[in-house]
Ligand binder design. Structure first.
Ligand SMILES: C[S@@+](CC[C@H](N)C(=O)[O-])C[C@H]1O[C@@H](n2cnc3c(N)ncnc32)[C@H](O)[C@@H]1O
Length: 380
């Protein structure tokens, strides 16, 4: 026992000297344990081994689980959807073959996805289930491929800790959106966490779009003061931040494809813009209403996906892909420009104009024409 304690002492580098164990070793992972847990384990190493065995068995049991046999449901020009469990599908995918993974798993909030699974596991089981599919996903991801995990902060804190051990952390993106009712004695939950990782040192693709200056919907005034830098600003807009406040929730029945959760096409458009190019292979293990697959198809990315529950919603959505394309094109008008046309029209009306900004003649002419047409239709 004393020998072990001596080894533990060697880990500490409080003196600033480089210790041998500063390189990543399996024992380094144990440093995540609380001091109390470490002390307990040293008291009873046999207990430690049996606990490790239980965890591993649990994790592997999820990897083997498959409630329905996997079956190809439909195929499009760019992708394939499978009805069945992502675990089974993942086992058929070639290692190191996927360019980008986007996963929006059930949040273990007791939602009824009508797929025969339990969305209210105990916390430890939910985390083991998550680690099991994350492991498989990482195996299938290409070197330089990107992995996005969308979840509530409660789960993404421990899952980020797990992913940090296997991938390179790039961002915790805050997706600003109210997602539940206010909770007594708590702050109002108003953001999702979108974890962004890369396998290996650098992403193969990192091409974030630029976004417009935020302006007041009524007068067009800038919400931030750019002072004397206005004419030096990139005419394509500002650098995208890691707080996304412009992603609309999909709540309106007119746009919703099913009762359960559905993400905005704008969110997936941004993710795929950042981390993929045309022809890349995108994998989403949790199909839902098929948002990832629709956006991938529209952006000429190859895609593959699985859904355990009803897949007909996704198939029907593909029949209306033209409408989805129109909506996507509309939301993309607000990309790679310093001001949207609409914001410039408002500024024109309230006398703020385009002054001091570097705006293309083409956009000025377009906005002037739009404003003139609007004026004419009002006076006619
Ligand atoms: C939060 S929803 C995904 C919503 C989706 N991102 C969208 O925008 O529509 C999670 C989905 O995962 C499905 N699911 C749960 N476990 C699964 C598994 N093991 N394999 C495949 N799909 C699963 C559920 O049926 C549910 O539809």
């Amino acid at each position: 026992m004393s020998k072990k304690i001596g080894k533990v002492k060697d880990w500490g580098s409080r003196t600033g000297r480089k210790s041998k164990s500063e390189t990543k070793t399996p024992s380094m992972e144990l440093s995540n344990l609380t001091t109390e847990a470490l002390e307990d384990l040293l008291q009873d190493p046999v207990q430690l081994l049996s606990s490790l065995q239980v965890i591993l068995e649990k994790r592997n049991s999820f990897k083997e689980e498959s409630p329905v046999p996997l079956k190809k449901y439909f195929q499009t020009k760019h992708g394939k959807l499978f009805h069945g469990s992502c675990f089974e599908l993942l086992n058929t995918i070639e290692d190191n073959s996927i360019d980008c993974i986007f996963a929006d798993p059930p949040f273990n909030l007791a939602k009824d996805y009508d797929n025969g699974t339990d969305d209210k596991m105990n916390e430890a089981d939910y985390l083991e289930w998550s680690r099991a599919w994350i492991d498989l996903c990482i195996k299938k991801l290409k070197h330089g491929g990107s992995f996005f995990l969308y979840n509530i902060p409660k789960w993404n804190i421990p899952l980020a800790d797990y992913m940090n051990k296997k991938l390179n952390f790039r961002h915790w993106i805050t997706v600003d959106m109210t997602f539940s009712m206010p909770i007594p004695n708590k702050l109002y939950p108003s953001h999702y966490a979108l974890l962004y990782y890369v396998k290996g040192e650098k992403p193969n693709t990192f091409t974030p779009p630029r976004t417009p200056i935020k302006t007041c919907n009524r007068c067009g005034q800038e919400q931030n003061d750019y002072g004397g830098y206005k004419n030096k600003m990139n005419p394509l807009g500002i650098n995208i931040r890691d707080v996304w406040s412009d992603i609309p929730p999909v709540r309106h029945a007119k746009f919703k494809n099913r009762d359960a959760n559905e993400l905005s096409i704008k969110l997936l458009d941004r993710v795929l813009d950042i981390a993929t190019r045309e022809g890349d292979l995108v994998f989403d293990p949790f199909g839902g209403s098929g948002t990832t697959y629709i956006v991938a198809e529209l952006k000429n990315r190859r895609w593959i996906g699985s859904e355990l529950g009803d897949c007909s919603v996704i198939k029907e959505r593909f029949l209306r892909i033209k409408e989805e394309g129109d909506r996507l094109a509309e939301s993309r008008e607000a990309l790679n420009t310093l001001f949207t046309d609409k914001a410039l029209q408002i500024r024109l009306k309230s006398g703020l104009g385009f002054k001091n900004y570097n705006i293309s003649n083409e956009q000025i002419e377009r906005v002037l024409a739009k404003s003139k047409n609007k004026q004419m239709s009002i006076t006619q």
